[in-house]
Design a protein around this ligand. Structure first.
Ligand code: CTP
Length: 478
């Protein structure tokens, strides 16, 4: 898939892109993506846009988020209702993320939202009029609350305050936001944000239950620090990208070719304790495994994601089991079996410390004796799964190599009893470990397929497409 890093374009090209984007009323990222989708690249010399774009990448300048060209809500209309909460500033980012995915965004702001952000910034980002008044003659003639409700493929309330939740769960319609919600018979996603005490208040609990019972989808709130000083707990609005993903899932009308299949995916590093405060680890970020788990889930599979310690949000819609050590990962995989597919993406530590200490190991002043750790090999989880009597139909391993990639990967394919191995060169200069891109080779009994540099979520989708074809072919074989 063609991609380009806007940030890395030279000055003239950037200017050409900026001018072209302004002419067409798009953001620079949007414009770049459209050009790439049309198979063009930017050529500032003659102001044309042509050529091949295999190795380029559209990355959002601010957050390094790769824009998903297959985002399921592309071309759909989202009506975003912004309520009055400190998290309203995140809604600006949410609008941006949706716009760059070609979602049409209409916005209703409550009066209280206007205390936190301005209609001007919302209008500039959404490229459309911002609605606020229930009894505004112009708006009623223009579109009105009934049409606002009906013309949306999805209504998203973000941030949703305790107040709006109370109103909609009781059918109150005393402003435009609540009137639109009452007039809607479509899908509604609510992203609550409030102080944890308000979230835990029995009234809010009741209202949340009522809303869920009435078919509203609720995302979050997440746990963490509150904007108020020294307040923490559950109440933070879900992150914009989490909401973007959830919107994609709700509006996803694509077929679910892996429906009914159970998959186990391992991801991330493992931590092998040395003492209660120290451990042996590796540089795996978990991004590739998480992307694969999400893509499988989007294709309808029932996914158990066994994750080592990573700094990533748990993807929605799948079962995430958090583990620390290789031994714990092994137990979690075993207890998740049987499965139709197992994909071992985790960078499992090869060794554990057998003389790990229960107390923090202290330095011995003056001692010249070297401290030594005794290491024992960890169980090879992939090898275990690959040689099971009741083996999953498809067992896929990863081979992270820094040399002789194909030779080593072929040996692993055989030794571990895997059907496929996804091999990559993880030498530090490739930036793959921890980075957003990956360049892999897929090895199977059919040979070796070389894939170009792709964003990790694109690698995930391509792998899932392969898996879908494999299972389709298997059905035909029967
Ligand atoms: N793997 C596993 N259990 C282990 C070690 C590795 O399940 N104890 C899996 C990994 O998840 C991956 C594959 O085996 O799918 C290959 O991992 P890799 O670290 O590349 O291979 P190793 O077996 O550890 O071999 P080496 O470190 O010697 O390259």
């Amino acid at each position: 898939m063609a991609t380009i890093t806007v940030r890395n374009l030279d000055g003239k090209t950037k200017q050409a892109l900026r001018e072209r984007a302004a002419r067409n009323g798009h953001s620079m990222e949007e414009e770049a993506r459209l050009l790439l989708n049309a198979g063009s690249i930017l050529d500032h010399e003659n102001q044309t846009f042509s050529g091949s774009v295999d190795a380029l990448k559209v990355v959002d300048e601010a957050s390094n988020v790769s824009v998903d060209p297959n985002y399921p809500a592309r071309g759909k209309t989202v009506l975003l209702i912004i309520c009055g909460g400190i998290a309203a500033y995140k809604s600006l980012d949410l609008i941006r993320r949706l716009k760059e995915r070609c979602v049409k965004v209409r916005v209703v702001m409550t009066h209280a939202a206007g205390e936190f952000i301005t209609p001007l910034s919302v209008g500039a980002l959404s490229h459309s009029k911002v609605y606020g008044e229930l009894f505004n003659r112009e708006d009623e003639q223009d579109i009105g609350h009934i049409r606002l409700a009906r013309e949306a493929d999805l209504i998203v309330v973000a941030p949703a305050t305790a107040n709006i939740m109370a109103k909609i769960s009781h059918g109150i319609a005393d402003d435009l936001a609540s009137a639109v919600l009452l007039a809607s018979n479509g899908k509604v996603l609510i992203a609550p944000a409030m102080n944890p005490v308000m979230w835990n208040n029995p009234a809010t609990r009741r209202n949340a239950d009522t809303l869920e019972g009435d078919g509203f989808r609720i995302i979050g709130p997440n746990s963490g620090e509150m904007a108020e000083q020294s307040e923490a707990g559950r109440g933070r609005m879900a992150e914009p990208m989490e909401i973007v993903s959830e919107i994609g899932r709700i509006l996803d009308t694509r077929a679910k070719p892996l429906l009914g299949l159970k998959v186990i995916v391992t991801a991330g590093p493992t931590h092998e304790p040395i003492d209660p405060v120290r451990y042996i680890a590796n540089r795996s970020s978990g991004k590739q495994g998480y992307a694969i788990a999400s893509a499988l889930s989007a294709a309808g599979a029932q996914v158990n994601l066994v994750s080592g310690p990573v700094n990533l949000n748990e993807p929605e819609g799948l079962n995430c089991i958090r583990v620390e050590s290789a031994e714990e990962m092994f137990q979690a995989v075993k207890s998740s079996l049987p499965a139709d597919i197992v994909i071992m993406v985790a960078a499992v530590a090869d060794w554990r410390v057998i003389n790990s200490a229960d107390e923090k190991i202290k330095k011995k002043p003056g001692s010249r004796n070297p401290v030594s750790l005794k290491l024992a090999e960890n169980p090879d989880i992939l090898k275990f799964v690959g040689h099971l009597d009741q083996r999953p139909e498809l067992v896929i391993g990863f081979a992270a190599e820094t040399q002789n990639v194909i030779k080593n990967a072929k040996a692993k394919l055989k030794r571990k009893g895997a059907d496929w191995i996804v091999a990559n060169d993880v030498s530090p200069e490739t930036g793959i470990m921890g980075g957003d891109n990956n360049k892999v080779k897929l090895l199977s009994s059919d040979g070796v397929e070389q894939w170009p540099v792709l964003a990790k979520d694109q690698v995930a989708r391509r792998l899932v497409e392969k898996i879908i074809s494999y299972f389709e072919a298997a059905v035909i074989d029967v």
